[in-house]
Design a binder for this molecule. Structure first.
Ligand code: NAD
Length: 326
């Protein structure tokens, strides 16, 4: 059981996760490099610290939710970082990194953390432990407290962290040893990116060969191409309305889908490009054959270069494949 929780990185995801921890009654101490964010929390009566190590000094467990590997390394290994600030003596028993980063970095940090000494030994913890616990669900799930956590590290630490994680999410999955949460996350997003490209490409080809994307989407919905991306990719989404026993489909009226609101408010293409970069460099590191990863990375990098980096990644249908589609 943890009472004092530290949180570093209060951006789109982190701020919502921290708010759910407050709702659940945890005592929070926070840090972010953005002064406006810090002010918002101190105005709310939450304790704020100027450095990551300052947060560590006040916490039994500490969560990071940062943009990428370099930021996480900075927070851990920087001069006032978690591992450097106190000369490798740590108060938190558990460090949880929920950022999406490469598994190699997660593994290196986990090894460094387990070499540190605990300031005070408690509840059978011999040394501090790190878990990589990236999330699936995005901003909407972060707000609703319905994230899925994919967790790598020691299973005992995972079990100890579970109730804390469930105050920010609805689901936790233990993935195995250190780094395996990060592996799960980048592989999930790789599969999602490639399926989005596959659906978009098939719809675009179908249209060019004379079938409407709406007919093809209906077919995917009841055939073996059915997958999560099938409706989102097209920007052609349908709501079912019963008209005297008949099902009629209207384009573009499904609520809450990024393609129905000009690709705003979803999973930004720049985040997908970032995650595909992580998958591609990890694939190279282990010499794994992954041609689709590199192609997907290339396509999403181009989408970003063309100025669509903040649009939901399903915009690939319109900006890469279409031209003819609308
Ligand atoms: P964000 O950019 O909105 O937030 C990051 C926060 O970290 C910012 O407030 C920034 O000021 C702070 N920060 C940066 N460097 C710092 C440092 N050195 N010390 C302290 N604070 C620092 O990013 P986000 O959308 O919240 O995403 C966070 C992570 O979650 C990323 O790894 C992302 O890939 C992952 N993720 C995002 C989503 C999504 O839909 N946004 C979904 C799943 C996973």
């Amino acid at each position: 059981s943890f009472e004092n929780v530290g949180f570093i990185g209060l951006g789109n995801m982190g701020s919502r996760m921290a708010n759910n921890l407050l709702k659940a009654g945890y005592k929070l101490t926070v840090h972010d490099v953005n002064c406006n964010v810090m002010k918002k929390y101190s105005d709310m009566g939450v304790s704020t610290k100027q450095t990551p190590f300052g947060v560590a000094e006040a916490s039994d467990v500490l969560i990071t939710m940062l943009p990428s590997s370099s930021h996480v390394l900075n927070v851990y290994n920087g001069p006032d970082g978690l591992l450097q600030g106190g000369g490798h003596i740590l108060r938190p028993r558990l460090l949880i990194d929920s950022s999406t980063i490469d598994p190699q970095t997660s593994r290196k940090l986990s090894a460094s953390v387990s070499k540190c000494t605990l300031k005070e030994k408690k509840d059978n913890w011999e040394s501090p432990v790190m878990l990589d616990a990236p999330v699936s669900g995005g901003v909407v799930a972060a707000e609703a407290g319905s994230l899925t956590f994919m967790v790598g590290g020691s299973e005992d630490a995972y079990l100890a962290a579970k109730s804390l994680l469930l105050s920010m999410g609805k689901n936790t999955i233990f993935c195995g040893g250190p780094g395996n949460g990060s592996v799960a996350k980048i592989c999930n997003n790789l599969a999602m990116a490639v399926s989005m490209l596959g659906v978009s490409e098939a719809l675009a080809l179908g249209q060019s060969l004379g079938i409407t994307a709406s007919t093809l989407t209906n077919i995917f919905n009841s055939s073996s191409a059915r997958c999560w991306s099938r409706a989102f990719g097209a920007g052609l989404v349908f709501s079912r309305v019963s008209y005297s026993q008949e099902l009629v489909y209207f384009p573009g009226v499904m609520q809450g889908v990024p393609s129905s609101r000009n690709y705003s408010g979803g999973f930004a293409s720049k985040l997908m490009a970032k995650d595909l970069n992580l998958a591609a460099s990890s694939a190279e590191e282990v010499d794994q054959r992954c041609p689709l990863t590199f192609l997907a990375k290339h396509i999403f990098t181009e989408i970003c270069k063309d100025g669509h980096e903040t649009e939901d990644f399903s915009c690939v249908f319109r900006h890469y494949y279409s031209g003819k589609s609308e």
